[in-house]
Ligand binder design. Sequence first.
Ligand SMILES: Nc1ncnc2c1ncn2[C@@H]1O[C@H](COP(=O)(O)OP(=O)(O)O)[C@@H](O)[C@H]1O
Ligand SMILES: [Mg+2]
Length: 277
Amino acid sequence: MVDVQPILQVKDLYKRFGGLVAVDHVSLDIHPGEVIGLLGDNGAGKSTLIKMISGAYKPDGGQILLNGVAVSFSTPLEARRRGIETIYQDLALCENLDASANIFLGRERMRHQLGIFRVLDRSYMLRESRQVLDQLDIRIPELRNPIRQLSGGQRQAVSIARAVYWDASLMVMDEPTAALGVPEQLKVLELIRTLRNQGVPVILISHNMQDVFAVADRVIVMRRGSKAGERKVSETNENEVVGLMVGAEYTQVIKQLHDVSEEVHITRHDESEKDIR
Ligand SMILES: Nc1ncnc2c1ncn2[C@@H]1O[C@H](COP(=O)(O)OP(=O)(O)O)[C@@H](O)[C@H]1O
Ligand SMILES: [Mg+2]
């Protein structure tokens, strides 16, 4: 991987809100077709980090390079035009528009009417959307219904279809499965694998460690705004990652809690043996 040009390079990224440093000199590289799990406790700075990558926040310091070129985005739409697609925890799509309008949001296809007026080419956009949704095996029976009438999983799927349709160079997902039922979670994980197979790297933020271990190649752990470590999934386990998330002082506390519960267990065991005798 060393000699492959990373798709995304983040160097010393820094962001503060008043006196609070939310992201403290974080650096990372993402290569073609890699799925990265971004992990960390609540408030660790994960969302702030990816919001800088996706143009929602302006960094207070550091650099973002896309395919080796320094970029700076003023809006998420600008980032999307440069190939960075994002699914946020709290915002993804325009609720009042249908799936195809969302796939073409900000990049609408126009046609000429009577040779003068430029109008939205609705049928072209519907046709194209239907095709990309079919290709990904995503079923949305009534494509003309507003997004707000779709299930959470269908919405995530529409965002992923948008990334595929526009040939995204990077897909960023902040808790994509948090509000979904189990079958829809599995579908999203399957779509993440599809993206990887198409060479599109994914940054996946999730508090569900099992999901992350199921699809990620590498995990990056944040703690209190800093990068606490990164590991290949094949070379780590959930315990080690939790240790990185909570830090050394808490690792000790967690170990003590486990020891106490083992003692309780042993005592009960002794008592029950007495009963038998
Ligand atoms: N818009 C904001 N204004 C002020 N503080 C914020 C804002 N967004 C995030 N923070 C703070 O920055 C820190 C990191 O938050 P966040 O990036 O949302 O963490 P995570 O996504 O890992 O839970 C937290 O202490 C949070 O309260
Ligand atoms: Mg967050």
